[in-house]
Design a protein around this ligand. Structure first.
Ligand code: UT7
Length: 325
């Protein structure tokens, strides 16, 4: 069989219109703009409107990614939505997105790895394409975390926001090394022993409720820097690439201090780290494609450049992905 790989053909993102500033949060919980900016780098977050669901955000990001790729919904034969905030317990948000895009062919399903979800979805789609089971995949990270926040808990409610990002992957013959574009390698990890540090205290089976996000932030922080840096190092070794060859790091946008902590540990210049956390806070699975889209739209990331994506989330789950854009 001719070797195949997946190429990032297009990227798109969507943020809901309503903005919640740090100043507005000061009126809701005992916090301050100064504390939030200093500890996290976040200045504002976007909040989905009543009646606006994860699938709406995901479908809009997908439309923009398809436009960017010069493709139409009918070209798509695989949709994977990474989300921890699905519209409903079932059906999968991916099938709702599929319907909103008017697609009736191919397969659609959700992936649940919280903030690492986009990397899990990207890896899954890349493998589908490599083995010949899909030709054009929409990989979407979409979240409405505002719906699972405890708005009286200042330790969590200031950190998260709503949004979506999407990439279109297309099947290409040959290897990415030969063509100069494509997903090179990905690295996924999980360790369920850490589930109590970051979780939602509700769900259909245990409580029959949706629940609220709970996090031991400072402990998650400690694990995030070491585990993410470890994953990036292992991935670069697997790919036979030096970290110093990477043009751009596109991280999960949880906290500016985590982004910089990882970069420092690996001697990556901060100018090469794409940061959008100030603009939208932590949007979980949506944050990597949101950052990727921002840096492509403003011309920083150019075709053929080497990008390294990374994330850690509830579970814990974590990982990294290397691609030539
Ligand atoms: O995306 C999934 C992965 N999630 C993450 O990566 C998040 C990782 N964690 C973090 O980003 C940081 O740990 C936080 C931003 C959540 C917290 O920053 P920190 O520097 O670790 O602060 P802390 O939790 O140690 O709290 C320091 C102080 C505490 O007060 P005392 O005990 O020192 O008196 C908190 O009660 O800050 C207080 N505090 C706040 N003060 C004002 C906590 N939240 C707030 C707040 N406003 N919103």
């Amino acid at each position: 069989m001719t070797p195949r790989h997946s190429r990032i053909a297009g990227v798109g993102s969507y943020l809901p219109q309503k903005v919640l500033t740090n100043a507005a949060l000061e009126a809701m919980v005992e916090t301050s703009d100064a504390w939030i900016k200093e500890r996290t780098g976040i200045a504002k977050r976007h909040i989905a409107a009543d009646g606006e669901y994860t699938s709406d955000l995901g479908a809009e990001a997908a439309r923009r990614a398809l436009d960017h790729a010069g493709l139409v919904p009918g070209d798509v034969d695989l949709i994977i939505v990474a989300t921890a905030t699905p519209d409903l317990t079932f059906p999968a948000t991916a099938t709702i997105v599929q319907d909103k895009l008017g697609i009736t062919e191919g397969a659609a399903f959700d992936v649940q790895a919280v903030c690492s979800g986009f990397l899990y979805a990207l890896t899954t789609a890349d493998n589908f394409i490599r083995c010949g089971q899909a030709k054009t995949a929409l990989v979407i990270g979409a979240e409405t975390f505002s719906r699972i926040l405890d708005w009286t808990d200042r330790t969590t409610c200031v950190l998260f926001g709503d949004g979506a990002g999407a990439v279109v992957l297309t099947a290409e013959d040959g290897s990415p090394e030969e063509t100069g574009q494509g997903v090179l390698k990905t690295h996924l990890r999980s360790d369920g022993r850490f589930k109590d540090l970051l979780y939602v205290d509700g769900g259909p089976s245990q409580t029959k409720t949706v629940g609220h996000l709970r996090m031991q932030g400072n402990q998650v922080y400690r694990h995030a820097v070491t585990k993410i840096a470890g994953s990036m190092t292992e991935l670069a070794e697997m790919a036979g690439i030096g970290i110093d060859e990477v043009d751009w790091v596109v991280p999960h946008q949880a906290n500016q201090r985590i982004l910089l902590g990882v970069a420092n540990r690996l001697n990556i210049p901060v100018e090469q780290v794409v940061s959008t956390v100030a603009e939208h806070g932590n949007t979980s699975a949506a944050s990597i494609p949101l950052a990727l889209d921002a840096a492509i739209q403003d011309g920083r990331i150019q075709r053929g450049q080497l990008i390294l994506m990374e994330a850690l989330g509830g579970g814990f789950t974590w990982g990294a992905a290397l691609a030539r854009y």
